[in-house]
Design a binder for this molecule. Structure first.
Ligand SMILES: Nc1nc2c(ncn2[C@@H]2O[C@H](COP(=O)(O)OP(=O)(O)O)[C@@H](O)[C@H]2O)c(=O)[nH]1
Ligand SMILES: [Mg+2]
Length: 230
């Protein structure tokens, strides 16, 4: 009972900070993606690869319990970035994002990617004020993860299935994974791709641009890749 009260209080405070972040993002016309996935699923690799797509001009916040290794990778790849070290906490919250924003240059960017702490449970409970959540899982994690961690998947607007380059080498069935996702999130788009080879990225980038056009139509008109959106 006591634990529940504490949790409610924490989530209420978080919701207030998230609403402030959301207003700030809207005022600055920035599409914000909260990227959730297990440690090693390829969250940082996804952002590194996205720097090769100049239309997705982005800055990033990197959440990790310790070290600034991921921020160093993103900086080397050419994007503006700030590392949030949570000192053991298993998720980011809206207040952490709010404070980190003071240190981050958002000049000229269209997207902000927030790489959450590697975890498929806790991050799903904390709204950061994002435009959309994307959940990433990879072929090395097993097809059944969406069944075991439904909260992360049902709260996401898109699913990235990473490391498809490994399919010939591991006993992972892409068909079974897609069937599992169809049971848990039947209406959510799924993007099988590889951050190593770049295969499958075009569809995901198109989805991101569509998301951004819907969120902030004054960015590039209402058309993406020849298709009308909105
Ligand atoms: N084969 C393969 N390895 C990948 C892919 N994406 C990421 N990796 C590797 O998976 C490991 C974890 O990636 P990282 O981006 O650090 O994952 P994060 O912990 O989710 O940020 C690294 O060794 C990456 O090189 C991929 O598409 N294919
Ligand atoms: Mg990472």
């Amino acid at each position: 009972m006591k634990t529940l009260v504490v949790k409610e209080h924490i989530l209420k405070a978080n919701a207030q900070a998230a609403a402030e972040n959301r207003a700030e993002f809207s005022r600055r016309d920035i599409t914000v993606v909260n990227l959730i996935g297990s440690p090693g699923s390829g969250k940082t690799a996804l952002l590194e690869r996205l720097t090769k797509h100049p239309e997705v001009r982005f800055a990033a916040l990197e959440g990790d319990p310790e070290t600034s290794l991921d921020a160093e990778r993103i900086e080397r790849a050419g994007a503006s970035v700030v590392q949030i070290v949570t000192q053991g906490t298993c998720h980011l919250d809206a207040g952490m994002v709010h404070r980190a924003l003071r240190e981050l240059s958002l000049e000229g960017v269209r997207f902000l990617f927030i790489e959450n702490v590697g975890n498929l449970v806790c991050p799903a409970s904390f709204d950061l004020g994002e435009t959309a959540r994307v959940v990433i899982f990879s072929t090395t994690e097993g097809e059944e993860k969406p069944l075991k961690y439904p909260g992360a998947f049902t709260s996401a607007r898109a699913v990235v299935l990473n490391k498809i380059d490994l399919l010939p080498h591991i006993p992972f069935s892409l068909d079974r994974a897609v069937d599992t996702l169809a049971k848990v999130v039947p209406r959510t788009p799924v993007f099988p791709l590889s951050c190593v080879t770049g295969a499958g990225f075009d569809g995901f980038v198109e989805w991101l641009m569509e998301l951004s056009n819907r969120a902030a139509p004054r960015h590039g008109g209402a058309r993406v890749a020849g298709r009308s959106v909105g």
